[in-house]
Every structure is written in structure tokens, then in C-alpha cells.
Design a protein around this ligand. Structure first.
Ligand code: FES
Ligand code: FES
Length: 210
């Protein structure tokens, strides 16, 4: 794990979250890298009944108390109840990876995870990677390497890469291809995505960035 208090060699090229969004205007692709947009909403009051169960979800270091139905998926709760819309509903059947989040540091499809299953675990979404205005090394690398086109798959790609780099800090290109194989990109930006992961690994290894 890199020391988050240090900066890396490419610091003069670093892009802040606000700067990137301003420069890139309001494109969906720009928002995708940072998981921008809706701040976490307050949980709407929902009447608990026999169909609901009370749970506490820890998302990006913050606890959320919720009454959920046992059938509710994690992605639905993240997006519709917490306002965390970075994870994208693509196929919603475990095929595309657009909904990828980390649970206890491991990549998981949030469309295939029930909210009740995630109780007591540390959930990380794309919104949790930046620290304030400072984008993570990985997000910076996706920007610098043009690791996205339409941006729809990007939050999932970034989270898959984060999961990969937490398990393997120095992946080979084959490791990267394999580690990212659960995430599809209909724009075919794979070459740029893989380069971004490689760049982020090198920067993190040198002690730079978040
Ligand atoms: S939306 Fe979850 S894998 Fe496609
Ligand atoms: S950038 Fe468009 S789907 Fe991947």
C-alpha cells in the first residue's frame, strides 16, 4: 500500500477533481472517472414492516442505517437510497462489471450482491477513492492515458483496477489483462485502460499519489 502522505514524480501533472470536471465540462465520461455528481442523500424515511430488515452499511468509511428488503441489491441501495451513482447498472446479471465495487478490498459485482450480505463489511465505491479534491493515482492515470471514451464502464474499470492493485502491486501486462477480464468496455478502450493501470502501478510503487 502506498504512503498516501507522499507525492510522486508526476505531481506537476496531477489533476484535481474540481479542475478535471471544470475542464471536461459536464461530460459523462469525465464524471465517470471521479464518480461525480450526487452527494450522498439522506436515507428517505421508509416504514419498516415485516418485509424489511434494519441494517448498517459501511460505505466509504461512513455508516448508513437503512431498512431494506432482503431482495434489494447493493447497487440499488447505493444508487437509489444513498445517492452514490458511480457504480453503473449495465447488464445487472454479473456479466459486464459496470457495477464493480470493493467489499473488504475485494472486487464484487454490486448487482449480484444483496445489501444484507454486505452488512458488517467495508464497502468502497468510486466516490471513495479521491481524498477531497485530490483524485487518486488510479483516477489520474485513467485521465492521462485516456482510459475511457463514453465513460459508462469507467467506474467499474477503475474499481476493478483498484482491487487488482491492492492484491498485486506490480502486475505484469498479462496480470492486468486477466485481472480486468471481468469488466467489459463496449467502446473497446482496453489498450488505454490497461496502460492506465500499468501507469498507476508504477506511480504507486514509487510512493506517489493516493
Ligand atoms: S451490472 Fe453488474 S455485472 Fe453488469
Ligand atoms: S468507455 Fe464506453 S463502455 Fe467503456
Amino acid at each position: 500500500m502506498s504512503d498516501r502522505s507522499h507525492r510522486g514524480p508526476g505531481d506537476d501533472q496531477r489533476v484535481s477533481r474540481r479542475g478535471f470536471l471544470t475542464t471536461a465540462a459536464t461530460s459523462a465520461a469525465a464524471a465517470a472517472v471521479v464518480g461525480a455528481a450526487v452527494p450522498a442523500a439522506a436515507e428517505p424515511m421508509r416504514k419498516a414492516d415485516s418485509e424489511t430488515t434494519h441494517i448498517v452499511l459501511n460505505v466509504n468509511g461512513r455508516n448508513y442505517r437503512l431498512a431494506v428488503e432482503p431482495r434489494e441489491t447493493l447497487i440499488a441501495v447505493l444508487r437509489e437510497r444513498m445517492g452514490l451513482i458511480g457504480a453503473k447498472p449495465g447488464c445487472e446479471r454479473g456479466e459486464c462489471g459496470a457495477c464493480t465495487v470493493l467489499i473488504d478490498g475485494t472486487t464484487r459485482y454490486s448487482c449480484m450482491t444483496l445489501a444484507v450480505e454486505a452488512q458488517g463489511r467495508a464497502i468502497t465505491t468510486i466516490e471513495g477513492l479521491a481524498q477531497g479534491e485530490e483524485l487518486s493515482t488510479l483516477q489520474q492515470a485513467f485521465i492521462h492515458e485516456d482510459g475511457f471514451q463514453c465513460g459508462f464502464c469507467t467506474p467499474g474499470q477503475v474499481m476493478a483496477a483498484e482491487g487488482l492493485l491492492r492484491k498485486n502491486a506490480s502486475p505484469s501486462m498479462d496480470d492486468i489483462r486477466l485481472g480486468m477480464s471481468g469488466n467489459l468496455c463496449r467502446c473497446g478502450a482496453y489498450g488505454h485502460i490497461f496502460k492506465a493501470v500499468q501507469k498507476a502501478a508504477a506511480t504507486r510503487k514509487s510512493g506517489g499519489g493516493l
